[in-house]
Design a binder for this molecule. Structure first.
Ligand code: PMP
Length: 384
């Protein structure tokens, strides 16, 4: 059976146009981007060009871009970096939403466990978004930073960023926004959203994996201490010789996304909606998790009542979708995001994420719909 990839939120396929930009860098380019000879200067010029594309994707300034190994590192740099730069014996507080990526939640927990900062979790609504009033209740003069993602990876639900940022700034804190899932899919602008620090990742925007960026205002960059110390690359915030090919790929992916995301959103949303309506027309007891009025165009998180999601997934093996999260022992944990939205663990265990993207075709959707219908019917019949 033909394989179909509907797991773009985990990692999107590399765009062939991005690969074309990367290949000559990998095959021909020589030199360290920090070297002053002409080989090095050519590498540095490629990095500078990519920096402009990455900044432009989120309405930032090229001087505010710090290239990292991905969004995990960018998130760590923000949370650990701001705490490290504030030496006040652990009195400061961080606020992070309940549905953040593990690289935000676990970093905040770790800082708290080490006594370096306190950390509070901002609850989300049953629709999966953060209400600005909840942030306001938790704010205080001891809050250093608030971290709320632009779009959730599991539900696609979008947060009211500008309203949150307004309250965060009024309390004198910095606003960090993990825009990893949104930046390539919908217009995102740092000034409009009020974000001081934005995390991004290459492989979520049809670029390479293992490269990402923090894009920040110049003022907020000054508030960070580096995680990695060494040669002082990236204005001292991320030492280590630059991954020029990866950075060129990230830049190309950002440039394409900036040009195409609005049109792509329309096409992809139509395919996503066709998938959902095909499933709901053929199966009873299928509902969508998350607020449908504020969602990424490519994501649908569906609960198939009475059908265990892991069993559904293994009965539609040729279609890549996603469920919960695999823990270290290999068993599946219910999604913390869905639980934070108030779903029962039973409903969370019955939920499957479908995430589409640039290369999804109507044929993919038709085949995936049939595969999912058969899988759910089979699982329901076995457990009835
Ligand atoms: N933040 C979000 C919202 C994500 O979805 C992911 C990837 N699943 C990350 C951060 C981590 O990104 P990376 O793989 O680049 O470390």
């Amino acid at each position: 059976m033909r394989e179909i990839y509907l797991d773009y939120n985990a990692s999107a396929p590399l765009d062939a146009r991005v690969l074309q930009e990367m290949l000559p860098v990998m095959s021909d380019a020589v030199g360290n981007a920090s070297s002053v000879h002409r080989f090095g200067r050519r590498q540095a010029a490629l990095v500078d060009e990519a920096r402009e594309h990455v900044a432009a994707l989120v309405g930032g300034h090229p001087a505010g871009v710090v290239f990292t190994s991905g969004a995990t590192e960018a998130n760590n740099l923000v949370l650990q970096g701001i705490v490290a730069a504030t030496d006040d014996g652990g009195a400061v507080r961080l606020l992070v939403s309940a549905v953040e990526h593990a690289s935000v939640i676990r970093t905040a927990q770790r800082l708290a466990a080490c006594g370096l900062a306190k950390s509070d979790v901002i609850a989300v609504t049953s629709g999966g978004f953060v209400e600005p009033a909840r942030v306001e209740e938790l704010l205080g003069s001891d809050v250093l930073l608030v971290s709320v993602m632009a779009a959730n990876s599991e539900t696609g639900v979008l947060n009211p960023l500008a309203e949150i940022a307004e309250r965060v700034h009024a309390a004198g804190a910095l606003f960090h926004c993990d825009a990893t899932q949104m930046a390539g899919r919908l217009p995102f602008d740092m000034s409009e959203s009020g974000a001081d620090l934005v995390s991004l990742s290459g492989h979520k925007i049809c670029g390479p994996a293992g490269v990402g960026a923090l894009v920040a205002t110049r003022q907020s960059l000054k508030r960070l201490e580096a995680l990695l110390h060494g040669g002082g690359h990236e204005r001292g915030l991320r030492s280590g010789s630059l991954n020029v090919a990866g950075i060129v790929g990230l830049g190309a992916a950002a440039q394409i996304a900036a040009q195409e995301r609005e049109q792509e959103a329309v096409t992809v949303a139509a395919l996503r909606d066709r998938l959902v309506s095909g499933l709901q027309a053929n199966l009873a007891g299928v509902h969508q998790n998350g607020d449908l009025s504020r969602r990424l165009p490519n994501t649908a998180n569906l609960c198939f009542e009475g059908a265990d999601a892991e069993a559904v997934m293994s009965n539609m093996d040729s279609v890549a979708v996603s469920i919960g999260s695999a823990c270290s022992s290999g068993s599946i944990e219910p999604s913390a995001v869905l639980l934070a939205m108030g779903l029962s663990s039973e409903a969370a265990f019955e939920s499957v994420r479908f995430s589409l993207g640039r290369f999804t075709t109507p044929e993919d959707v038709a085949t995936a719909t049939q595969a999912a219908i058969s899988a759910v019917e089979r699982v329901r019949a076995l457990t009835a």
